[in-house]
Design a protein around this ligand. Structure first.
Ligand code: IVH
Length: 678
């Protein structure tokens, strides 16, 4: 590609590559959710490098070649590495390995027949971590980050059993570097648990390891089965040994795991033989690897060889080729994710790829199917890159005449309409409230802090109640009281905890309007937009009525703070009969408060009011909201700072205290008068 294009086209392509690579870096490093295989990513980086070599004048300030991975995210504290954490040059063929050996000989000015001994060991597909010991105590652990500055993951690393907290007879300063990883078996088990609890599903063990290590809350890391294998060191106060091999043995003697596939090779043939042996063992290894790493064994020679850019001259990563195979696409199934995204999955005639039988591939999205021109019955070339889900890389029968594949426009789970929003590739189900695939996520959102804020109804309980068949839609939450008896009998529930939960549900029968609207989980509608909408339309029922007008979209879009995208999302939501039914059902259980605009200045501004006893014409919550609208604060207990007590029948100790303190006490009717007059 780089050979055939002109300067203008190259500039354009470089701009797109910069964006694309930054996008994939972010997905990989920050979100632990890659969309493309490592091989495809490497191809983009290579294309970028080739273009920059041909057109050095076009190298951009934001060129991916100037960055190494993604800079660390802001969530964790940053730490500068005492010595930079470098990367490795990649090789994909035996020729490149021979070149590497020859380059080293030349650099060291050695005769052609001389051979520099090298170590060879698996390249573990995890994430680099540097663990620092001072006088034997673990004091700091950091991720690689951009190589110069990483993230402080000390508390997290302390939870990894492979990594000792203290090392006897270690040098005063010792930085051990290696890979934090998750075994394939632990990864499967973690994903199964995540699925059961509605948690995040990880694409591969590497992402699971990254997501588990880079947690602000180390107790999450502690619950994840992370492991560690050392492959080198950073700052050390005294040399560990004379050779790489002996130094690694020394690290092993400190009680830190080192690969048992680490060997010393006396010639290139031995290196390549070890590469093939590891490749053969790959499928049976308990963890993912993506190649073999060679390093010059003598440390004095490593020193002389030094570094080029970000990689040492003395090291090389010999990557395994992406494994490919040909087979037939038998069917395309659509899976609906927890957020409503429709993902096409290709069902294949099972085929062996690098020792693993592959029967399914991800087809990513509607555009990808179109790009490949895929139809049922096509012969396809698939690729398994070891670390990501297998994918189709080529359609081998594009030219044959066959029935085209039509991407569904309805959700296979709930039959609601499925649409792609303007400018988006993903097709999504619009049946949010009733789609079983989205049930858990929706319910969790509905009860969450920013929405109804139902205390005590956590993820675990939601998952449990769904499992029991008690929860289908948000309205069911308000019918959980019908299961009180059954619930008390369940493990982990006692009468008191059940009643606490049911009590906090009952307390939300008259939810705040904007929170209620936000809780419905309509796409594009956050709490601020929800408030803007209700400020204008007052109630969700009114919104729904307006949504039925032929010119609803324009009407919504005219609201301040609301644009066409939100307007369309609203209309789509109410257009769906399922959603209207689920909303009716919900409104038969709860009565959201109509929106009343913000507090005003009144004689009550800044005053403290306490409501006690039972109120007859309004709920306690409504009374409090009224007080807040007058600018007053509603407090739970009476003190010298209380300005007014509104007492209903049955008022007890608070009323007594108010009288003792000489605070003005009024009844509900008088309060209603104050509100009316204000
Ligand atoms: S040596 C200066 N050895 O691969 C050399 N790295 O592509 C530093 N990796 O950042 C690394 N297994 O995270 C080395 N046996 C191994 C490795 C290994 C995995 C990772 C490491 C490094 C990356 C470079």
């Amino acid at each position: 590609m780089a050979d055939s294009i002109g300067e203008a086209e190259a500039a354009n392509r470089l701009m797109r590559l910069a964006r694309l690579i930054a996008h994939h870096d972010k997905l990989y490093h920050d979100q632990d959710a890659p969309e493309i295989s490592d091989a495809d990513y490497d191809a983009l980086v290579r294309e970028n490098r080739e273009l920059e070599e041909r057109f050095p004048q076009l190298v951009r300030p934001d060129s991916p070649s100037k960055r190494l991975g993604a800079a660390p995210t802001t969530a964790l504290a940053k730490v500068a590495h005492a010595r930079p954490m470098l990367s490795l040059e990649n090789a994909f063929s035996e020729d490149e390995v021979n070149d590497f050996a020859a380059r080293i000989r030349r650099f060291l000015n050695l005769p052609a027949e001389a051979f520099v001994a090298m170590t060879a060991e698996p390249k573990i597909d995890g994430l680099s971590c540097s663990v620092r010991y001072e006088r034997g105590d673990l004091v700091l652990a950091a991720t690689r980050g951009d190589g110069a500055v990483g993230e402080d993951v000390t508390p997290n690393v302390r939870t990894i059993a492979d990594i000792p907290q203290h090392i006897a007879n270690a040098p005063d300063v010792l930085e051990v570097r290696g890979e934090v990883y998750m075994s394939k078996a632990d990864f499967e088990a973690l994903n199964a648990r995540q699925e059961a609890s509605g948690g995040k599903i990880f694409a591969n063990p590497r992402n699971a390891a990254a997501g588990s290590l880079r947690q602000k809350d180390a107790s999450i890391t502690a619950a994840r089965p992370l492991r560690f294998l050392a492959h080198g060191w950073g700052e050390v106060s005294e040399p560990l040994a004379d050779t790489q091999f002996e130094a690694m043995k020394r690290i092993e003697s400190f009680g830190i795991p080192v690969s048992d596939l680490l060997v010393r090779c006396d010639d290139t043939a031995a290196m390549l033989a070890h590469y093939r042996a590891i490749e053969k063992a790959r499928a049976d290894l308990p963890f993912d690897i993506d190649g073999v790493v060679y390093k010059v064994d003598r440390l004095d020679l490593q020193e002389r060889l030094g570094f080029v850019a970000r990689a040492p001259r003395w090291g090389l990563a010999h990557k395994f080729p992406a494994e490919k195979a040909e087979t037939t696409l038998e069917a395309i199934d659509i899976q609906v994710g927890r957020t409503g995204k429709l993902t096409p999955v290709g069902r294949l005639t099972p085929v062996g790829v690098g020792g693993v039988i592959v029967a399914n591939v991800t087809l990513h999205n509607r555009d990808e199917i179109q790009r490949l021109g895929l139809r049922i019955g096509d012969r396809v070339r698939i690729q398994r890159a070891g670390d990501v889900i297998p994918q189709v890389v080529e359609n081998l029968t594009r030219d044959e005449v066959r029935e085209p594949y039509v991407f569904p426009d309805h959700c296979p789970e709930c039959q609601s309409e499925a649409v792609a929003e303007e400018g988006e590739v993903d097709v999504r189900c619009t049946g949010g409230l009733i789609c079983p695939a989205q049930r858990f996520e929706r319910l969790r959102h509905f009860v969450s802090r920013g929405a109804l804020d139902i205390e005590g109804l956590g993820e675990k309980s939601i998952a449990e109640f769904i499992e029991l068949g008690w929860l289908h839609s948000p309205a069911d939450i308000f019918r959980l009281r019908n299961h009180r008896g059954a619930l008390i009998g369940l493990e982990g529930w006692k009468e008191k905890s059940v009643d606490n939960l049911l009590g906090s549900i009952e307390a939300k029968r008259e939810p705040d309007g904007p929170r209620f609207l936000f809780g419905l989980g309509i796409r594009q509608i956050g709490i601020v937009t929800a408030r803007d909408l209700l400020k204008c339309f007052g109630t969700v029922e009114e919104l729904r009525r307006v949504a039925a007008h032929p010119d609803a979209q324009a009407e919504f879009a005219a609201v301040e703070g609301v644009g066409p995208v939100v307007a369309e999302a609203l209309v789509d939501f109410f257009h769906e009969e399922h959603n209207r039914e689920a909303l009716d059902d919900l409104l038969s259980e709860v009565s959201p408060k109509p929106f009343v605009s913000d507090a005003r200045q009144t004689e009550w501004t800044g005053k403290t009011i306490v409501f006690t006893g039972s109120l007859e014409t309004m709920s306690r919550d409504e009374a409090k909201a009224q007080a807040e609208r007058l600018g007053a604060r509603a407090a739970g207990s009476v003190s010298a700072k209380t300005d007014l007590v509104v007492a209903g029948p049955g008022a007890g100790s608070k009323l007594k205290k108010a009288e003792e303190l000489g605070i003005r006490v009024i009844n509900e009717a008088e309060w209603a008068q104050i509100v009316a007059d204000a």
